[in-house]
Design a protein around this ligand. Structure first.
Ligand SMILES: NC(=O)c1ccc[n+]([C@@H]2O[C@H](COP(=O)([O-])OP(=O)(O)OC[C@H]3O[C@@H](n4cnc5c(N)ncnc54)[C@H](O)[C@@H]3O)[C@@H](O)[C@H]2O)c1
Length: 441
């Protein structure tokens, strides 16, 4: 359903006097709070007091929202006091939904947020979930908590909805307001209100799904599909490595066909593509079906860090460089280019595997936070200025090998030859450098 001028009056009537609370102000919640805060009284709530402090000072440490955007959201106020939520009548929950070490969905934040909202719910309120989860989670796991803590009647006193987020961290083109947003509600009336609410801030329009389960499943398959497409490319890379064919050249040639889907091999980290398929396999398994295709994609993508480390060792051996003590420079640690997010970094896994082979590994990423990497992965990033003036370096300061793991735009200014010893290896996972390299993925 697309926004039209005819619907504007109805929308205004439906949304009059609404106060919106956004629960969880991360990559997803903050842009929502900013957009809603331009039009409606909005409470931006987060349990992390440091996050509230920085946002109140118009700073976003995720580097997604520029400081001038905060001033435009003149109706937005930040708070970490749960009591402040009592004023709202629409609650949008955007808290993390990670997996645990056994790759099982961890919905504890979703349940905690549901409890907190349940305790302040009033007659007529609507709760919309934005967090990615498995189909049925909203109605089967979250709803009972809302009912328990509010003691209100579902679909009589309060209503629920689901509207998955599709933003892509680091992507300045596909942002909240120009991506069509899927919406769904627990009754026709609630769905209409939820749809009108999002349509009022998203010029790209909305798509009203027939049920909450459909909206949940749509989000889950979008990411599972992407994971599988990349897994296919990674599998091709494993095959072509044995055939000594450059996968990037194969993809380039195949892409000249009109219906070839252009994906490239690579590390799948982050908190979405590599995580969400486990939400889908979790619910399928609980119902007695053990997904094979989705699991195979996950298996291949999770295997890539080890493959990359082993390949690097082979490349060193070919040049008679001993792995033991070889100085390896890895460029990039974040899960994707030009974005500071280090969650679920597969580069950290490559770093560990190379260390296990006895290499000295140095990781350079001027976009990632040094403190966050140390805390999460236990190693220190090189200082942001450490690759300056390599043309003045002694031979002993240089690296034996370079692994380009993430294609940050700022790496374009680096000249690999200056950073490396005479006899050295360049392994370019992304096909990023124009110079001659020893291998690409
Ligand atoms: N990051 C993305 O690009 C993206 C895209 C689509 C969907 N998603 C999904 O959206 C959800 C949120 O992701 P994110 O990337 O914004 O996470 P995030 O980690 O960046 O932010 C989540 C925020 O929620 C806060 N929080 C945690 N528990 C809370 C609670 N009980 N009450 C209130 N606040 C709480 C945290 O302090 C944090 O600031 C996840 O389900 C994710 O899978 C993310």
């Amino acid at each position: 359903m697309h926004n039209t001028t005819n619907t504007q009056d109805t929308t205004q009537a439906i949304l009059q006097d609404k106060i919106i609370a956004i629960i969880g102000l991360g990559y997803v919640g903050l842009p929502l709070a900013i957009e809603f805060g331009k039009r409606y009284p909005t409470i931006g709530f987060d349990t992390n007091p440091l996050r509230i402090q920085e946002l109140s000072n118009h700073t976003d440490s995720n580097h997604q929202t520029p400081s001038d955007a905060f001033a435009k959201a003149h109706l937005l106020h930040f708070s970490n006091d749960p009591a402040s939520l009592g004023q709202a009548n629409i609650y949008i929950i955007a808290v993390p939904t990670p997996i645990d070490t056994y790759k099982t969905p961890d919905i504890s934040a979703l349940l905690a947020a549901s409890k907190m909202v349940g305790e302040v719910l009033k007659q007529g309120d609507i709760i919309i979930y934005e967090s990615t989860t498995y189909p049925t989670c909203t109605e089967n796991d979250c709803l009972p908590i809302l009912q328990k803590y509010s003691k209100l009647r579902y679909n009589q006193d309060f209503f629920i909805g689901y509207s998955p987020e599709r933003i892509n961290p680091g992507d300045r083109k596909n942002t909240l307001t120009n991506i069509i947003k899927i919406t769904a509600g627990s009754t026709q009336e609630a769905a209409k209100t939820i749809n009108a609410l999002y349509a009022s801030i998203i010029p790209a329009g909305t798509y009203l799904a027939p049920s909450i389960k459909v909206a949940e499943a749509a989000k889950a398959i979008e990411n599972a599909q992407r994971d599988l497409n990349i897994a296919f490319m990674n599998e091709l890379a494993l095959i072509f490595e044995r055939l000594q064919i450059d996968t990037h050249e194969v993809i380039k040639a195949a892409s000249t066909k009109w219906n070839f889907l252009h994906f490239t091999p690579g590390l799948v980290g982050g908190h979405c593509i590599g995580v969400d398929p486990y939400y889908l396999t979790h619910i399928a398994t609980s119902l007695g079906y053990h997904p094979k295709v989705i699991a195979a994609g996950r298996y291949i993508n999770d295997f890539m860090p080890d493959f990359i480390a082993q390949k690097m060792i082979k490349l060193l051996a070919k040049k008679h460089i001993s792995a033991l003590g070889a100085k390896i420079l890895i460029l990039g640690v974040t899960f994707k280019e030009n974005c500071p997010d280090i969650r679920n970094s597969k580069v950290a896994q490559v770093q560990r595997a190379l260390m296990d082979f006895g290499c000295e590994v140095y990781v350079y990423d001027p976009i990632a936070s040094k403190e966050a990497v140390l805390k999460e992965y236990g190693f220190e990033l090189l200082d942001p200025h450490s690759l300056q003036n390599p043309n003045q370096w002694e031979e002993t300061q240089k690296y034996n090998a370079l692994l380009l793991a993430v294609g940050h735009a700022s790496f374009k200014t680096l000249k690999p030859a200056e950073l490396l010893t005479q006899n050295s290896v360049i392994y370019d996972l992304k096909g990023f450098f124009d110079c001659k390299v020893d291998a690409r993925l």
